[in-house]
Design a protein around this ligand. Structure first.
Ligand code: UT7
Length: 331
């Protein structure tokens, strides 16, 4: 049987209005705009307002993706949300979005792969379509990292931001759409990036709160080394899967964690920076949302065009990583 080709039929993103600049952070923690820009490339980040949560961002992004695809919410068969900052333990963000957009025919679940959540979501969603189980899948990466960030810890407070990006997957012309994927994990590195408390191992208590264990903890140097190594490797595996090489890549759309990590990955792949989509300066690291936000901006700005080969690549807590190779063709 001939394999179905699966591509992105529509894409949308949303970031909350409130902006925190490096200069704002200079007033509250021992840091400088100069240090943050030099070490990370980040200048500002968007954060949710009080009372605003991940499903609000995810819903806005989903509405924009539906509009872009020109389809109604009732046509969606499945909603997958990559997130580590759900509104609550359960119900899932995916179920909250399903209700908000009235995707009454859709199954819905969240997926935990931290910053690799969107590429894991694309791999999962496209498999359902390839198998013939579903026709249209809504994949969202959405985070309110500001809610799990210790704003007094300069190692992490400078890095993270909030936002959401969404893509509608469906059948596309043969030879276009998702051509190759790769996913990987190394649970041995789980301690390098984590929120220790608030789960079944260490439920929230007055003690865990006073020890600030409900906030993100990170060994930045180790994560940096891991990221630089794994990004090139996973893109090359996904390219191999697609029977392509790095020379065929028109644009790399990497997880936006740190400008230096992005530059190293591009260098390892032999790609000049004008073929890399970068917006880390405006949003910081929005985890699962960063790739779809960057992809949306790359497309809406007119940089990414039909026929271009796009390599999406993510890495993050877990540890997890993954890449998706797409020959872009939007109907
Ligand atoms: O989605 C995946 C999530 N995480 C990541 O991708 C993070 C990956 N790691 C990184 O991006 C980088 O490791 C950081 C940006 C977190 C840190 O940059 P670095 O170049 O690795 O700096 P460092 O931790 O080695 O620190 C260098 C110096 C230290 O001072 P001393 O010991 O040399 O005197 C730090 O104390 O910079 C100091 N420092 C800061 N100074 C001003 C650390 N954080 C700050 C800060 N402002 N915010």
């Amino acid at each position: 049987m001939k394999e179905r080709s699966v591509g992105i039929l529509g894409i949308g993103s949303y970031v909350p209005e409130k902006i925190i600049t490096n200069f704002d952070l200079e007033k509250t923690i021992d840091t400088t705009d100069k240090w943050i820009v030099e070490r990370t490339g980040i200048r500002e980040r968007h954060v949710v307002a009080e009372g605003e949560a991940t499903s609000d961002l995810a819903t806005r992004a989903a509405e924009r993706a539906l509009l872009d695809a020109g389809i109604s919410a009732e046509e969606i068969d499945l909603i997958i949300v990559g997130t580590v900052t759900p509104d609550m333990q359960f119900p899932s963000v995916a179920c909250l979005v399903q209700n908000n957009i009235k995707a009454v025919n859709a199954a819905a679940f969240d997926l935990t792969a931290v910053c690799s959540g969107f590429v894991y979501g694309l791999a999962t969603g496209s498999s359902f379509i390839k198998a013939g189980t579903y026709k249209k899948v809504l994949v969202i990466g959405a985070e309110s990292l500001s809610k799990i960030t210790d704003w007094s810890d300069r190692n992490t407070a400078i890095l993270f931001g909030d936002g959401a990006g969404a893509a509608i997957l469906g059948e596309t012309d043969a030879g276009y759409g998702i051509l190759g994927i790769d996913m990987g994990a190394d649970g041995n590195g789980g301690d390098l990036l984590r929120v220790p408390a608030g789960g079944s191992r260490l439920p929230t208590t007055e003690e865990t709160i006073s020890q600030r264990l409900h906030y993100t903890q990170m060994d930045g140097n180790e994560v940096f080394k891991f990221a630089v190594k794994v990004m090139g490797e996973t893109v090359n595996k996904a390219l191999e899967n697609a029977k392509l090489t790095a020379k065929d890549v028109t644009y790399l759309v990497p997880h936006q964690a740190n400008m230096r990590i992005i530059q190293s990955a591009a260098k390892r792949l032999g790609l000049p920076m004008d073929r890399v989509v970068v917006n880390v300066d405006k949003y910081g690291n929005t985890s699962a949302a960063s790739i779809p936000i960057a992809l949306d901006e790359g497309i809406k700005s007119g940089r990414i065009k039909n026929g271009d080969v796009i390599a999406l690549v993510g890495f993050g807590g877990g540890l997890t990583w993954g890449a998706t190779i797409i020959k872009w063709s939007k109907p």
